[in-house]
Write a protein that binds this ligand. Structure first.
Ligand code: UT7
Length: 338
């Protein structure tokens, strides 16, 4: 019997309407457009506004778009995995809420948290359900409302993050397309450099945790930066070597969008040109679990069947990894949603 591969057969992503520019941020904290652009590459990011709106709203919108584009009925979806660090609530899982909002009544659903590497970890998990032959339509969502945990008085962090959601469909194929390999890692000693301290079981919410601003992101930027540059570059370059992909053969590097300087360093280490790298950080900032599907969505019309892609990420935990994928359809043929 031929081996079953998990092919990525559709993609959709969305960002909220409100655009928070560097100019507006410079009226909120002591910063400048020049500093933000030169240190990060970010010009603006989208923010989800409105009472009662959360990560599931963006995840469900992305999923509904995906179903429409791929002519899939909501009831046909078997499984939804949502990668997020900003769940609507601690429980139930945000994936459950997304399934409900999108009408996926036959799907089982769960969340997965691997910080900014979550989308890659979820893709690898979804791949296993498809390759095993157990399920035929597996949706992987990456969505985060980072604005919910950003301290807009902290100039080091508030300039970095934005909100977005994306969703991809994984389906079985016996052709030589889809997810070929993944190399994923975690190192829990990194927990001291990037975290949200309070709100979990160790430090449940109290007046003190609120007063100490412990429900917001804490990050030691330089330590994370150094780790990110070395680990994301190494794991991506190793993936190319392992599969004998020479730099010209790679159609696209799809990197997590955290900092333009980290992306550039990764591309240099892989020996690829800037034109081979998907970069949209200037428009969206770091949307955590949504950066990679947002890139695939923005570049979908340029993607061709058989294109070799490396997806790479790193994040809090620490977590990091690279995933090698052969694209399975001609993106220029996909219907556009208005
Ligand atoms: O996806 C999650 C993983 N996270 C990341 O990938 C983030 C990794 N880290 C980074 O991208 C960078 O470390 C940052 C963009 C967060 C910071 O850039 P940096 O070049 O490492 O700056 P720094 O933290 O070393 O700060 C340099 C200076 C400091 O001033 P002094 O001490 O040299 O006088 C900061 O206080 O820049 C100052 N600074 C700012 N100035 C203007 C920090 N934030 C700002 C700001 N505007 N927003």
């Amino acid at each position: 019997m031929s081996k079953i591969n998990a092919a990525l057969t559709g993609i959709h992503a969305c960002v909220p309407e409100y655009i928070l520019t560097n100019e507006e941020l410079s009226t909120m904290v002591d910063t400048t457009d020049e500093w933000i652009q030169s240190r990060t590459g970010i010009k603006e990011r989208h923010i989800l506004k409105g009472e009662g709106k959360g990560t599931s709203d963006m995840g469900a919108k992305a999923l509904l778009g995906l179903l429409e584009k791929s002519n899939t009925k909501a009831e046909e979806v078997d499984l939804i995995i949502c990668a997020t660090v900003t769940p609507d609530m601690l429980f139930p899982a945000t994936s459950n809420i997304i399934a409900h909002k999108a009408g996926c009544i036959n799907a089982f659903a769960f969340d997965l948290n691997a910080a900014c590497s979550g989308f890659l970890f979820a893709l690898q998990t979804g791949r296993m359900y498809v390759e095993s032959g157990l399920y035929k339509k597996v949706v992987v969502v990456g969505a985060d409302k980072m604005s919910a945990i950003v301290d807009y008085t902290d100039r080091k962090n508030c300039i970095l993050f934005g909100d977005a959601g994306g969703a991809v469909m994984l389906e079985p194929t016996t052709e030589d397309y889809g997810i070929i390999d993944a190399d994923l890692h975690t190192d829990g000693s990194g927990k001291d450099f990037l975290y949200q301290k309070a709100g979990g079981s160790v430090y449940p919410p109290t007046q003190k945790t609120v007063a100490n601003r412990e429900h917001y992101i804490y990050q030691e930027g330089q330590s994370v930066f150094k780790f990110a540059v070395s680990r994301m570059a190494d794991v991506s370059a190793d993936m190319m070597t392992k599969h004998n992909i020479n730099p010209e053969e790679l159609a696209w590097l799809v990197p997590h969008q955290a900092n333009l300087r980290i992306i550039d360093a990764t591309a240099r280490r892989m020996g690829i040109r800037k034109e081979q790298v998907m970069i949209n950080i200037e428009k969206y900032g770091n949307t955590t679990d949504a950066t990679i599907p947002l890139c695939l969505h923005d570049w979908e019309s340029q993607l061709k069947k058989g294109d070799k892609l490396i997806l790479a990420a790193f994040g809090g935990g620490f977590t990091w990894g690279a995933l090698y994928l052969k694209w399975s359809y001609d993106g220029s043929q996909v219907k556009k949603l208005v």
